[in-house]
Design a protein around this ligand. Structure first.
Ligand SMILES: [Zn+2]
Length: 382
């Protein structure tokens, strides 16, 4: 018997879990533990596709892998169903923070849509308070275990619904009680951010920051509306901004050279220039983008993801998980994927992490402390 031959040494040969990470795009209702869903479902009488934690986790991943954003979004019917009580919300939020800490996350913005959690009679304020209670309990548990984490809520409105103004007011009302930003989520195609123009104007008038899902299931028109109507300071995914970048390959001179060496001319359109030059952060979620078909227009497989081109061109790229349960990933997994796919090294991972820290909705002093913490941790890697 011979030992298997390792044909290529990885660029980084240690566990990436301990690297300090910043998570800007992670849905609360997409990050539940399967065992918790089963327990909570039993308590509220909700029927699940499986009551075995392993099989249920597998069902979520398979549904997410279908290549359809609509089917992907259907999985949320089950997670949202068990998050309709105060107890359910507190438990899910607490475990969410503990799972982030286990993934090395030191700062996380947790997004979720309060309007989807009113089925059992709780009010919008009740559910935001319950989630905040759970998040704080999670932070306490992490602190007690000798680690550090800080989290904030991104209050999200569902784009197919019509409660934008109400949700924007809810977010502003809770700005000093856990809410750090606003977002719109759900079916992007056909529901432009301009539908929520008044809500975004209200937020801008109250100096309350917004990130907007755009450039995932829809293209440049949606991104433009996120910037103009949504005054987005960050873009949820934003990956389809690559459609506004023209790359001409010049492979006539040297057939032996790889495509990378043959990029002759890169031309940015006005929209992609604006996003790059203003440093508007892209909340890229590699595995999710592959699963929902967001990057299908750029080729097959993760190696076709335009995130590497965007990063090389100087866009403000951040790396995120989107929905850890549905995609079956952690932020550590996503980092490992980038190391394997694009040969990223620690300098790249540090830059992507600092991008996220600087794009966070933290106040400046806290942002600077976070940046320093991350730099120190990387310095101490030896
Ligand atoms: Zn998302």
């Amino acid at each position: 018997m011979t030992e298997p031959i390792v044909d290529a040494a990885p660029a980084i040969d240690f566990d990436l879990t301990s690297l300090p990470k910043v998570s800007l795009h992670d849905h609360l209702d997409g990050g539940l533990r399967p065992a918790t869903i089963i327990e909570l479902a039993e308590a509220v009488g909700h029927t699940l596709p499986s009551t075995d934690p392993v099989a249920l986790g597998e069902w979520f991943r398979e549904s997410a892998d279908s290549g359809s954003l609509v089917r992907y979004l259907e999985t949320f019917d089950h997670t949202v169903a068990v998050m309709q009580t105060k107890e359910g919300l507190i438990r899910v939020a607490k475990e969410f923070v503990e799972d982030l800490a286990d993934d090395g996350v030191v700062y996380g913005e947790v997004r979720w849509a309060p309007e989807q959690h009113l089925q059992k009679g709780l009010s919008l304020d009740d559910v935001v308070e319950a989630v905040q209670e759970g998040l704080e309990a999670g932070v306490d548990a992490v602190t007690e275990s000798g680690r550090e984490i800080q989290v904030g809520q991104l209050i999200t409105a569902m784009r197919h619904a019509d409660r934008g103004q109400e949700i924007a007011e809810l977010a502003v009302r809770h700005r000093n009680k856990g809410a750090v930003g606003f977002d719109i989520a759900g079916a992007e195609d056909g529901f432009l951010p301009s539908r929520f123009k008044d809500a975004f104007t209200y937020l801008a008038e109250h100096n309350f920051p917004a990130t907007v899902h755009a450039g995932e299931a829809a293209g440049l028109e949606s991104i433009q509306s996120a910037l103009v109507d949504g005054r987005a300071l960050r873009l949820g995914h934003g990956v389809r901004i690559a459609e506004d970048i023209m790359v001409e390959f010049d492979d006539e001179d040297d057939d032996a050279a790889s495509d990378e060496d043959n990029i002759g001319l890169v031309t940015l359109g006005d929209l992609s220039s604006w996003i790059r030059d203003r440093g508007i952060a892209l909340e890229i979620c590699p595995s999710s983008n592959l699963q929902t078909g967001a990057i299908a227009g750029f080729g097959e497989g993760i190696e076709s993801h335009p995130l590497d081109m965007l990063y090389q061109l100087g866009f403000n790229v951040t790396i995120n998980t989107d929905n850890r349960l549905m995609s079956g990933v952690t932020l550590t997994d996503e980092f490992e994927l980038l190391v394997e796919t694009f040969d990223y090294d620690l300098d790249d991972l540090l830059e992507l992490t600092l991008n996220a820290a600087e794009a966070s909705f933290l106040p400046l002093e806290e942002k600077e402390a976070l940046v320093e913490y991350i730099n120190d941790a990387y310095d101490n890697l030896g």
